[in-house]
Write a protein that binds this ligand. Structure first.
Ligand SMILES: Nc1ncnc2c1ncn2[C@@H]1O[C@H](COP(=O)(O)OP(=O)(O)OP(=O)(O)O)[C@@H](O)[C@H]1O
Ligand SMILES: [Mg+2]
Length: 266
């Protein structure tokens, strides 16, 4: 099996504060990895750093995606390579409908990948808008999102659960090679949790991988991880199989703190 993502000795800071302190993680193609860990340990920071958020600075280490170091790349270049992040706190975009937002996201990916802007080519454009519209409607149906949301402004007035579904809709449309989901399960009712998990499982393939950040083992009943990691104080201090998530749910973090205090402090 070959590597999709290889993070080596990653150090990163935000606002001059060091958050990631030597993080190592390898994700092979086709694998699902879950990251758990206490509040403030650096989970969201890791997801921002992977996507190339401009406020987060990598000070040491490497992020290899398909063998290529992406640390210096802009976010749109990373997206074109197949990285995607579903945010813990999705932003609202006033004045932009979900339909137009999704269409321009897909177009810009295509432009980046092929060098051709489908929106600028009249013939291509009318054909692709029809195809796009069909695909969007089909994905929305699968995810149980009402058609009327296409005309609403992105995330404006969406409930917590609706925002999370909209994130999964973006993921389903963009079909990333590596999907990073930051607490996409928070705020979802049981039915929505199943729908969202189905969305992730539907994307799964031997070529695609996912990194799922969560506080709850519950999600991992639906999205079965191959590996579970504990992130603490900016690094991964413990890794295991799915039973690790069960242990954490059962016993909390105290035992981890006791047994791995040296790794946490290092
Ligand atoms: N823009 C920022 N400015 C200052 N500090 C920040 C910033 N972003 C993150 N931090 C700090 O970095 C640390 C890690 O935050 P992060 O959001 O990565 O944690 P997390 O593991 O995702 O936590 P949670 O489980 O609560 O979502 C926290 O102490 C946080 O306050
Ligand atoms: Mg977080």
């Amino acid at each position: 099996m070959s590597n999709l993502l290889e993070i080596k000795n990653l150090h990163a800071e935000v606002e001059g504060k060091q958050i990631l302190k030597g993080l190592n993680l390898t994700i092979n193609k086709g694998e699902i990895h879950a990251i758990m860990g206490p509040n403030g340990s650096g989970k969201s920071t890791l997801s921002y750093v992977l996507m190339g958020h401009p406020s987060y600075e990598v000070t040491e280490g490497e992020i290899l995606f398909n063998g290529e170091n992406i640390v210096e790349m802009e976010t749109d270049e990373r997206a074109a390579l197949g990285l995607f992040l579903a945010f813990q706190y999705p932003h609202q975009i006033s004045g932009v409908t979900l339909f137009n937002f999704m269409r321009s996201s897909l177009n810009s990916l295509e432009k980046k990948r092929t060098g051709i802007d489908p929106q600028k080519d009249k013939k291509l454009s009318s054909k692709s808008v029809l195809q796009f519209s069909k695909k969007l409607s089909a994905k929305m149906k699968e995810l149980g999102i009402d058609e009327s949301f296409q005309k609403r402004y992105v995330n404006e007035g969406f409930s917590g659960g609706e925002k999370k579904r909209a994130e999964i809709l973006q993921m389903a449309m963009l079909e990333p090679t590596l999907a990073i989901l930051d607490e996409t399960d928070s705020g979802l009712d049981i039915d929505a949790l199943k729908i969202v998990s189905d969305g992730v499982n539907r994307l799964a393939s031997p070529e695609r991988s996912a990194l799922v950040i969560t506080h709850y083992q519950r999600l991992l009943n639906y999205i079965k991880p191959d590996f579970v990691h504990v992130l603490w104080n900016g690094k991964i201090i413990l890794s295991g199989g799915p039973t690790l998530a069960l242990d954490l749910e059962d016993k909390g973090y105290d035992w981890v703190k006791e047994e791995y205090s040296e790794r946490i402090a290092a």
